[in-house]
Write a protein that binds this ligand. Structure first.
Ligand code: NAD
Length: 492
């Protein structure tokens, strides 16, 4: 999409056609680093969603009748396009969601990793041969696609997460209606163009742009068999409660976290500082796996605090297109206000502020970027108490608590597990017994030892427990959400 294209209003991709039908409402995509308008999009209505679901429903029978390998061929085309356009797409991700440029490109890399996994998996077994109690009987577990899959995705991985959902759903034989996040419609437009270029049959893939109302129209419709949702716990639990109550419907929801890193008295502090800085400030703290709690043993607390604070004071906030930048802007003005409220809440609850760069100094804001949504690190220490909201509620920003503990790893785990969330976390220690205790007893889906708690590998399940997820992490386990199992018994 060129800059001249900002004059144009971009539409939805429904039944193999681009359409700007529906009402006249539009919305804009902005560069969060400059405030510049990038492009204008039609805002999806009930009638757009209805048309997309109709197209997906109609296309289902023919699509499911193709072989796995034929279905995967369309994804292989997209895999090559993602690779060929890596630089260009990485810059678009950075322009639209403000992640610094290496992260923008990594978003695209992760997308092709998932496409590669899903398309490659088409050549792997999709069921089980099971022994029968009766000689001469064959017994199998076979998988069938569920039907129409509604995909609802967040802004912070605008290329990777849609493919985490859609690549698997499509290869398994489902058709898809997808709503990209309202903050990143440009990435949505480009992904839809890729499906069009790959020649995917009409109606198999459909994309409706818009806000949460369009998302809710998708999730609530009876033609949708599975909802794949990634986003906030507020929205995800609302969807899971509504959809989960309907017979035959399933909602797989991956949500936020209040992730912690335990730094024990046996930690290598070089490793600890690196892990904490990466986990707390990459993507300006706006990852579901970002760490907002550093739980540090009293023996190493003061040294760790001094070193972490030193880096937090200096970490480079700036133009995300510049290689030297570590943190870009927050996604939008409303989100800056949300981060401000979390910072203020911590102070109300007794936090001792160690670093307050929430409002950047004028000289830190890059030239020509006055309209950007700038925030810097906010680091505080606080005495642990079980009901503190600042240690329980996800801020989704560069907002980090240091919590000192005394005692053994059981005490660290008690503090670590005392949050309603259970997505990601890490332990930093040279003692294998402490690592094993964390691996076995930390309440989370993604556990790291002597590493930052961010990062993903598509061949591992990616998802959370407790308030963070409802049991369908990505990849192999996500297949459960988009297929039904049939027990098939045959008399020979
Ligand atoms: P969000 O929940 O506000 O929005 C996510 C998507 O849901 C958007 O497309 C939005 O339009 C749509 N939506 C909003 N209301 C809806 C409704 N009532 N019905 C249906 N759809 C609706 O989240 P966000 O701000 O885009 O993303 C940030 C959140 O996502 C954070 O909480 C973060 O932790 C989480 N997240 C989780 C993961 C994970 O894998 N667990 C990954 C990335 C982000």
């Amino acid at each position: 999409m060129s800059q001249q294209a900002t004059e144009q209003v971009h539409g939805h991709y429904i039944g193999g056609e681009w359409t700007t039908a529906g009402d006249e409402r539009t919305f804009e995509s902005h560069d969060p680093a400059t405030g510049e308008v990038l492009a204008t999009f039609r805002r999806g209505t009930e009638s757009d969603v209805d048309a997309a679901l109709e197209a997906a429903d109609e296309a289902f029978e023919e699509w499911r009748s193709l072989s796995y390998i034929d279905r995967a061929e369309y994804l292989w085309d997209i895999y090559h396009e993602l690779r060929d356009r890596h630089e260009e797409l990485g810059e678009i991700v950075t322009k639209e969601c403000g992640k610094e440029i290496s992260e923008g490109k990594a978003d695209v890399t992760e997308a092709w990793h998932m496409v590669e996994w899903a398309a490659g998996n088409a050549r792997h077994p999709h069921g089980d041969v099971v022994p029968s109690e009766v000689a001469g009987k064959d017994a199998y577990m076979r998988r069938k696609p569920r039907g129409v899959v509604g995909c609802i995705t967040p802004w912070n991985f605008p290329v990777a997460i849609p493919f985490w959902h859609m690549a698997i759903a499509l290869v398994e034989g489902n058709t898809v209606v997808w709503k990209p996040a309202e903050q990143t419609p440009w990435c949505g437009q480009i992904i839809a163009e890729m499906f069009e270029d790959a020649g995917i049959p009409d109606g198999v893939f459909n994309m409706v742009q818009g806000y949460g109302d369009a998302g809710a129209t998708i999730t609530d419709d009876e033609r949708v068999d599975t909802v794949l949702f990634t986003g906030s716990a507020e929205v995800g639990h609302e969807i899971a409660d509504k959809v989960g109550g309907e017979p035959g419907k399933l909602a797989a929801c991956e949500m936020g976290g209040k992730n912690g890193i335990v730094i024990t008295e046996e930690a290598d502090l070089d490793v600890a500082v690196h892990a904490a800085v990466m986990s707390s400030f990459k993507t300006t703290g706006q990852r579901c796996v970002s760490s907002e709690r550093l739980i540090v043993h009293t023996d190493v607390y003061d040294e760790f605090k001094d070193r972490f604070v030193d880096v937090a004071e200096k970490v480079a906030v700036g133009d995300p297109l510049e290689d030297a930048t570590f943190m870009g802007p927050a996604i939008e003005a409303d989100h800056v206000e949300k981060i401000r409220r979390h910072n203020e809440l911590a102070v109300e609850e007794g936090a001792e502020v160690l670093v307050d760069r929430f409002e950047l100094a004028d000289e830190e804001i890059p030239d020509g970027h006055d309209e950007g949504h700038w925030v810097g690190p906010f680091v505080y220490e606080i005495d642990y108490e079980p009901d503190l909201r600042c240690l329980n509620e996800e801020c989704f920003g560069p907002h980090v608590a240091l919590v000192e503990y005394d005692g053994d790893v059981d005490r660290a785990l008690e503090i670590h597990n005392d949050t309603p969330y259970g997505l990601a976390g890490a332990i930093i220690s040279e003692d294998y017994r402490q690592l094993n205790a964390f691996r076995d007893r930390a309440e989370l889906g993604l556990a790291y030892a002597n590493l930052p708690c961010i990062g993903a590998e598509v061949q591992l399940p990616f998802g959370g427990v407790k308030k963070s997820g409802n049991g369908y992490p990505s990849a192999r386990e996500a297949i459960e959400a988009v297929t039904e199992r049939t027990a098939w018994t045959m008399n020979n």
